[in-house]
Design a protein around this ligand. Structure first.
Ligand code: 3PG
Ligand code: CO
Length: 558
């Protein structure tokens, strides 16, 4: 077994005062621009960290292969970002593993598919997930390979339940994806496979809640996908989303793909074409965990009290991956998930370091579950405190861009001053959550707010004599417009800039400081392509230990 006891650092003594670690979710670095919400915001604190501190501020790769994604065309995201930060290692992520398994056809030889196959052939195969090419939770090409593979293996009836995106993709693209899926499914007719779209809805109000922020979201999805019940019934799915996207008032904005109300597809008699019945096979085709854990529970747990399921069909159920390794949820999965072990969290807990980790509901799992290698429980509950601040429900985050940042800041300061913790780790969701709405003005406000929070926190560190590390998990707010890949110029549609709601490929800053920082500690300059994973061993060093040898190099020279 691994010896998790870390060795004292040869030069950096164990600090007497706490280390503050702040993750600014979705805070990337890009040139000043009118669509850069960060450069447009009032950010005196973050500006001062960047300017005139050349040895204590640098940029990190936060996308693509540096964080275990299939290619450098893949934008970063919070799951892989926090995995890398906390693991101190680059791990092949879900997207890469599913790609490989589908490319080789291996997926269809594994236990998960073998479990689904008889039910899928005898009855219906239902596929539920995000209709997108974002590569954050799912990808269309993977869905299509899965469908084709199932049809080739003799599945005769397929029903797809689609959550529309507009968050990891440009808003409005749901129409194009739905048309594509409809056309692709139709092409299976000739091969004797009856494949149809059965239900759907926008991801922010249908099915894809996370960290139990609002179970009603999942309830709506259950009703649409399983029961065939929704306020909106259509015969044609493309017609459904085109209609549901129409502005609520004349001259208003179209409804965002993320917020399309749930709908059910019905036949000429008004009967839902794809309710989920006893004996059916059901698979979720998202590879990312956070937004499908709740739905998985609704399918898997006989005793389930979060909402009244009304009817609980006896199905064979599997996830694209296992979404929670400790809960073994779901029991059956198509592709084995990445194994992330020997993380900074585990080493530090086993070496007696106490930690306070805090964010609001929307991101609490990011600084705990993802940070600790997809593990929800503390390694040592005596040493680790996880504090969740409840997020607002039912309001789009651009309407309240400050979100719960004041509470998170206050809790962070309290923890720093309490003398109880060696490490205080916080995530501020604002640049990301507000950035995803595509609302530039609100995102600017979110970034100004977060900058003030960082300032207050650094002052508290100053007061107690501690040290700090400020970084981010991926870019988002620093670029709010779609750009021509070659020229970098904003893309326009009907004289309007095409808003970018998704994450970016940009690097993120990392900065260190504080009175408790050991003398002579600074960033090294010899690493070729430093990325988020290098932060893990850096934190271990700042806490006075040598990093273990399974990790990538530290960012520090000491
Ligand atoms: C989401 O789930 O909200 C987005 O798809 C990705 O955002 P995150 O990776 O920042 O959580
Ligand atoms: Co995000």
């Amino acid at each position: 077994g691994t010896n998790f006891q870390l060795k004292p650092h040869s030069k950096i003594p164990k600090p007497q005062k706490p280390l503050l670690v702040v993750v600014l979710d979705g805070w990337g670095q890009a040139a000043d621009d009118e669509y850069n919400a960060i450069s447009r915001a009032e950010t005196p604190c973050m500006d001062s960290l960047r300017e005139s501190r050349p040895e204590k501020w640098m940029l990190l790769k936060a996308h693509g292969t540096a964080v275990g994604l299939p290619s450098d065309d893949d934008m970063g995201n919070s799951e892989v970002g926090h995995n890398a930060l906390g693991a101190g290692q680059v791990v092949s992520q879900g997207a890469s593993l599913v790609d490989k398994s589908l490319e080789t056809g291996q997926l269809f030889n594994l236990d998960g598919w073998k479990y689904l196959e008889p039910a899928a052939k005898e009855h219906t195969l239902h596929l539920i997930g995000l209709l997108s090419d974002g590569g954050v939770h799912s990808r269309y090409d993977q869905l299509w390979l899965l469908i084709q593979g199932a049809a080739e293996r003799g599945v005769k009836r397929i029903r797809v339940h689609t959550l529309t995106d507009g968050r990891d993709t440009e808003d409005g693209t749901s129409v194009k994806f739905m048309e594509q899926l409809q056309k692709d499914l139709k092409s299976l007719e000739g091969k004797g496979c009856d494949a149809r779209i059965a239900s759907g809805g926008g991801r922010m109000i249908t099915t894809m809640d996370r960290y139990e922020s609002d179970w009603n979201v999942v309830k709506r999805g259950w009703e649409a996908h399983v029961l065939g019940e929704a306020p909106n019934k259509f015969k044609d799915p493309v017609d459904a989303i085109k209609t549901l996207k129409k502005p609520k008032e004349a001259g208003g904005k179209p409804v965002s793909d993320q917020w399309i109300p749930p709908f059910v597809i019905v036949d000429d008699d008004g009967q839902a074409v794809g309710t989920i019945q006893d004996g059916d096979a059901v698979a979720i085709f998202n590879f990312r965990a956070d937004r499908v854990v709740e739905l998985s529970k609704a399918f898997e747990y006989k005793d389930f009290k979060q909402f009244d399921r009304k009817r609980y069909p006896d199905v064979r159920f599997a996830g694209m991956m296992q979404y929670d390794g400790e809960l073994k949820l779901p029991k059956h999965f198509l592709v084995p998930p990445p194994a992330i072990s020997r993380t900074t969290g585990e080493f530090l807990a086993r070496s007696g370091v106490s930690t306070f980790a805090c964010s609001e509901s929307q991101k609490i799992g990011h600084v705990t579950f993802f940070w600790n290698g997809n593990r929800a429980a503390p390694f040592d509950s005596k040493l680790e405190t996880f504090h969740e601040v409840p997020s607002d429900q039912n309001i789009p985050f651009n309407e309240k861009p400050a979100m719960q940042s004041a509470k998170i800041t206050a809790l962070g300061i309290e923890a720093l001053k309490s003398g109880k913790y060696d490490q205080v780790r916080l995530n501020f969701p604002n640049p990301d959550m507000v950035g995803h709405t595509g609302d530039l003005e609100a995102t600017i406000s979110a970034c100004s707010t977060v900058d003030k929070c960082v300032k207050e926190l650094l002052e508290a560190v100053e007061e107690v004599g501690g040290s700090w590390l400020v970084t981010a998990d991926h870019g988002n707010a620093e670029d709010m417009v779609q750009r021509d890949k070659k020229t970098g110029k904003p893309l326009m549609a009907d004289g309007q800039p095409r808003i970018l709601t998704s994450h970016t490929l940009n690097p993120v800053p990392v900065a260190i400081g504080g009175p408790g920082l050991a003398k002579g500690v600074k960033f090294r300059t010899d690493l070729k392509e430093p990325g988020l994973a290098n932060v893990g061993p850096t934190i271990i060093n700042l806490l006075g230990f040598e990093a273990p040898d399974n990790m990538v190099p530290t960012l520090l020279s000491a």
